[in-house]
Design a protein around this ligand. Structure first.
Ligand code: TXA
Ligand code: MG
Length: 336
């Protein structure tokens, strides 16, 4: 299959929307990462998503809609708390889990009785969804296990030849996925940290404690148990000052390993090393978030043996950054 690249003009978006109506897969930009969209009411179309990504079938997909009034079409009820969350954070980098009314294809929800709903805050992405007239099931548009795509080029790297088209909307603005929140209970539960911070949610309501990772056989966000965001070469997080970081670089280098580093601009200035990706200033973690997945895709195992990455404060957007980095490193961390 030839994967067509679409610009963001109206005619191209309409053409891409027509393909989705026929059951094809189209990657589209959102403010978080690129999504791989299919008709959420068609089992056949949704199955293609799992095939193209190599995604485990017990990991449910988020349903994307263009406008708030559409949410009620797919859920049993919108409890008052959920109503407030929707008012505050949608459209935006926020996904709400509600009880499903069964209108969405069961493959989308992986057999759960809940459905995840999101309204992307991206003009072209939303326009595309609106043009299809459908609810759009969309995971991140990457091969399962790899970092999510923040540029059309990343989508093409992973899925060229496997999908009908990509709408190129340039680089995404947030750079990390949406915050997934269970809105079925009395208090919201954050199942995946993301673009909307815990602090922002706490400003409008208390939050219930999040379930521990891999705590039970039936995790609330099933996707959380799989490997994610993996760079090409093995990665270790380095938690310490510049001196400690340099020591770690030197240790690997002296064993003959080719070391790559992912670091903030501030740390990068203090390090002496050959292969380094500067992911933005520590004082502006939003910028680090924007560049993070590009950083994880940057080094190929043909070029380097090991990637050493800086750690960040587990606060604000830093929480989502550390969540992704920890998974990318498969929990490997060196502490001073
Ligand atoms: O920003 C985003 O959320 C992007 C863009 C494309 O919208 N999408 C995205 O989708 O990150 P994906 O498939 O990579 O991640 C969806 C997450 C998974 O962890 C999945 O397990 C969880 O949402 N999820 C989906 N439906 C769920 C449900 N009914 N209950 C609990 N978790 C659910
Ligand atoms: Mg994903």
């Amino acid at each position: 299959m030839e994967t067509k690249i679409y610009r963001m003009d109206q005619q191209a978006i309409q053409e891409a929307a027509e393909l989705v109506k026929k059951g094809e897969l189209i990657a589209f930009p959102t403010e978080t990462v690129y999504g791989l969209g299919a008709d959420a009411t068609s089992e056949e179309a949704v199955k293609k998503i799992y095939e193209a990504k190599g995604r485990p079938s017990d990991n449910p997909l988020i349903v994307h809609v263009a406008d708030r009034h559409q949410i009620k079409n797919y859920v049993e009820e919108i409890p008052p708390l959920a109503e407030r969350l929707i008012d505050h954070f949608m459209p935006g980098p926020f996904t709400i889990i509600l009880k499903s009314n069964g209108k969405i294809a069961p493959t989308v929800t992986a057999g759960l009785d809940t459905v995840a709903i999101r309204i992307p805050d991206h003009p072209a992405g939303r326009n595309f969804i609106r043009e299809t007239g459908l609810p759009i099931a969309a995971p991140s548009a990457n091969i399962s296990g790899k970092p999510s795509p923040t540029k059309a080029r990343h989508v093409a790297e992973d899925l060229n030849g496997r999908i009908a088209g990509i709408i190129d909307g340039g680089a995404t603005g947030v750079g990390l996925e949406s915050t997934v929140v269970d809105g079925t209970g009395e208090l919201p539960v954050i199942l995946r940290p993301g673009g909307v911070t815990a602090e922002e949610i706490k400003a409008i309501t208390d939050i219930a404690e999040s379930p521990a990772r891999q705590e039970s056989d039936k995790p609330k966000a099933p996707g959380m148990k799989y490997n994610h965001y993996e760079p090409d070469a093995p990665m270790i997080l380095i938690d310490g000052d510049a001196g400690f970081f340099q020591q770690q670089i030197n240790q690997f280098s002296s064993k003959g390993e080719k070391v790559a580093v992912i670091a903030s601009n501030e740390l990068a200035e203090k390090l002496e090393t050959e292969h380094i990706y500067q992911c933005g200033p520590r004082i502006n973690l939003k910028e680090v978030a924007v560049n993070l997945y590009e950083a994880l895709r940057f080094f190929k195992k043909t070029d380097v043996d090991i990637i050493l990455a800086e750690t960040f404060e587990d606060k604000g957007i830093g929480q989502a950054i550390m969540n992704r980095l920890t998974k990318a490193a498969q929990d490997r961390i060196s502490q001073k």
